[in-house]
Design a protein around this ligand. Structure first.
Ligand SMILES: O=C(O)CCC(=O)C(=O)O
Ligand SMILES: [Fe+2]
Length: 376
């Protein structure tokens, strides 16, 4: 009997991973064909999203119009006053102290991290210790890239601009352009980027990795893993990739999304974004809540692997990006994952007769082959 209950829970959990229309994935082959054609126009695409936005269109091109059940609607427009409910901010200064340093501020920080991971699955972190120079260089490179002529940008885009790593079942185009870099910096992978982006991204990724190791250790410790073991769980963040998104102004924001509703398959994602524009929304207690990063803050989004390890105590947050009618937004998402063939299961001390395992032992490659191809 208990076995049956456990099995049912596992099935339900794995079935609700992604939103679907009436339990059925929404696939419109016509739109996929449309977007492929769009990217394969002779002589290169003349109509990337940025160019469409510059043309001052009144109506959204059909390839970007979401099915009605996925449209954000007017109430989610960024021009509306935003809700008083906001994702939490956590000061992580104490995480930079020497490992094992005892002190009230570290335990207060771990408690705040734990609360944010349980209640929200998102937090913004301040005093994160990331070198400002690395952030400035990265912004400058991103801006220079998006200012290139469309034919030059297109050389670095993939044929299918939907992000299989993030939104495997979406077929409508997101109102965005994305430059992606898979894996860790090395000579074999740097051709994925224009030359002027290579050093900035290398520095930025190194800084993000230092922070990710500290955040990961804090999350593990807050889940009751002893400090030595928490550090040895660095494999949670051993794989990485970066997406640099540009969301230009959108003629009909209520009909489109920059990125559709999804959860990241990561352990967690660290996001840097244009200040004071907003766009990222998270599902919290059944409501879409706007997130607006404070000046100098970074945002941490919890992903599926942390949810699995914590046996559902921490949750992978559903999120999406809405667009703005007149402002452009850039975001830089750095994804951290375990090796894609590593089998992840709930931490043993979080499983007992009162807390049966809610997740099977499985790897990213087992659960989302499409996404794992991208990161491999
Ligand atoms: O741009 C953002 O704020 C979020 C992007 C995102 O969710 C992703 O790349 O997975
Ligand atoms: Fe995401």
């Amino acid at each position: 009997m208990l076995e049956d209950i456990r099995k049912t829970k596992i099935t339900l959990k794995s079935m609700v991973r992604f939103p679907t229309a009436g339990g059925k994935e929404h696939v419109e082959e016509g739109k996929v064909a449309q977007l492929h054609a769009f990217f394969r126009k002779e002589g290169g695409a003349k109509e990337l999203v940025q160019e469409l936005a510059r043309r001052g269109l009144q109506r959204l091109p059909p390839a970007y119009v979401l099915p009605a059940f996925q449209q954000p609607g007017l109430s989610h427009s960024l021009t509306q006053s935003s809700s008083a409910v906001r994702p939490p901010t956590v000061d992580v200064a104490s995480l930079h102290e020497a490992a094992g340093a005892k002190g009230g501020s570290r335990s207060a920080c771990l408690a705040a991290v734990s609360r944010a991971c349980q209640e929200w699955g998102i937090m913004q972190v301040v005093n994160h210790g990331v070198a400002q120079g690395a952030i400035r260089e990265m912004w400058a490179a991103a801006q220079r890239f998006f200012e290139l002529p469309s034919e030059a940008r297109l050389r670095f885009y993939e044929a299918d601009p939907r992000n299989p790593a993030a939104v495997p079942h979406y077929t409508t185009l997101g109102w965005r352009e994305t430059l992606r870099f898979r894996g860790l910096w090395d000579a074999a992978t740097n051709h994925q980027l224009p030359a002027f982006c290579r050093e900035p991204i290398q520095h930025y990724q190194a800084e993000m990795t230092k922070l990710a190791l500290k955040i990961n250790a804090a999350m593990m410790e807050s889940l009751g893993v002893s400090l030595g073991n928490a550090q040895s769980m660095a494999c949670n963040v051993s794989k990485t990739g970066v997406s640099i998104h540009l969301y230009p102004p959108c003629p009909e924001p209520s009909l489109a999304l920059g990125v559709g509703d999804h959860k990241d398959i990561t352990s967690f994602t660290i996001l840097l974004e244009t200040e004071q524009v907003g766009g990222l929304q998270v599902l919290h207690n059944g409501q879409w809540v706007n997130h607006m990063a404070e000046k100098g803050a970074l945002t941490i989004l919890l992903g599926d692997q942390m949810e699995r390890l914590s046996n559902g105590k921490y949750h992978s947050v559903r999120h999406r990006v809405v667009t703005h009618p007149s402002k452009s937004r850039t975001s830089i998402a750095t994804f951290f994952l375990p090796p894609i063939y590593s089998k992840i299961q709930p931490l043993p001390h979080l499983v007992d007769s009162f807390h049966p395992p809610l997740y099977q032992k499985s790897s990213i490659a087992d659960t989302l082959p499409l996404a794992s191809n991208w990161f491999n």
